[in-house]
Write a protein that binds this ligand. Structure first.
Ligand code: FE2
Length: 283
């Protein structure tokens, strides 16, 4: 581009240039300058637009970050509340369990051990976390129906009469009736109702066959037997875990579900699973 200064120099140093040529030259220069100014205006407008877009992007990013933070805080609060609810649920279950144990101190720890073992069997069988949790709770509460059985029968050291045994067997239905009124996220009451059923139909209260018993009921049955047999009872010494496992082996596929029995045997024989009876009343 030629400047005004260059023009003056041209005019003064070249008197041969006439007015028309000079006017044409000036017009071309004006056009050049106009084009440059227009280009500059467009660049300025583009720069403004870019700056505006960057500003809008930053504002959006800021609002997005604020939303993510607010959401994270909400999720954190929900997690804290869920954990508090879960703790309250487990404490309430603990109270229900202790009520049974207070009336029958010889079985203290039985429900907790059976629940923990049922959960471990479910895990060994590859059942999902939800099922494992449900089985643990069902185990913790499976004998809650014993609340209807007089304490002297529960703690009786000698042989039970037929009527006494019938009363004890009633704990299954009583437990079901109590638990079916609670809205658990698992079918706890059904597992409790079925924990004395046997796959050949020899169990109680409904003499169900294998395909009629829920998987939870079949697992709880094995966990209950292993725990009870390995612990002390007022009417006998503790039989020990080896006798308990031998019973499961004998009944595998006959009265106990084959897969459940295998998972239980694996736990103790290959994974060194142990039941701690050290806190139990033994005489
Ligand atoms: Fe029971």
């Amino acid at each position: 581009m030629t400047s005004d200064h260059d023009l003056n120099l041209t005019f003064n140093s070249n008197p041969a240039v006439d007015g028309l040529e000079l006017t044409g030259e000036l017009e071309r220069l004006r056009q050049d300058i106009k084009k440059d100014r227009d280009a500059l205006d467009v660049s300025m407008q583009l720069a403004d637009t870019k700056a505006e877009l960057i500003f809008q992007y930053k504002e959006k990013a800021k609002r997005g970050a604020e939303l993510i933070l607010a959401n994270a805080e909400k999720v954190k609060l929900e997690a804290i509340n869920n954990e508090k609810l879960r703790t309250s649920l487990m404490e309430t279950i603990g109270i229900a369990r202790k009520l049974v144990e207070l009336r029958d101190p010889y079985t203290a720890g039985h429900e907790q051990h059976a629940g923990d073992l049922a959960k471990a069997i479910a895990k060994e069988m590859g059942l999902d976390e939800q099922c494992q949790q449900g089985l643990m709770i069902a185990g913790y509460l499976h004998d809650i129906g014993k609340i209807i059985v007089p304490a002297e029968i529960l703690c009786k050291p000698g042989k039970l009469t037929e009527d006494e045994y019938r009363l004890i067997k009633g704990h299954v239905q009583a437990g079901y009736d109590l638990l079916k009124t609670v809205t658990f996220p698992w079918n706890i009451s059904r597992a409790v109702l079925e924990h004395h059923e046997r796959i050949d139909g020899s169990g109680y209260p409904n003499s169900l066959n294998a395909d009629q018993i829920s998987i939870e009921g079949r697992i709880l049955a094995v966990a209950d037997v292993v725990e009870a047999m390995s612990a002390y009872r007022p009417y006998r010494q503790a039989l020990g875990i080896d006798d308990a496992l031998a019973e499961i082996e004998r009944g595998r596929g006959v009265i106990y579900d084959k897969n459940v029995a295998d998972a239980c045997l694996n736990l103790f024989r290959k994974r060194s699973y142990k039941i701690d009876h050290s806190s139990l009343v033994t005489k």
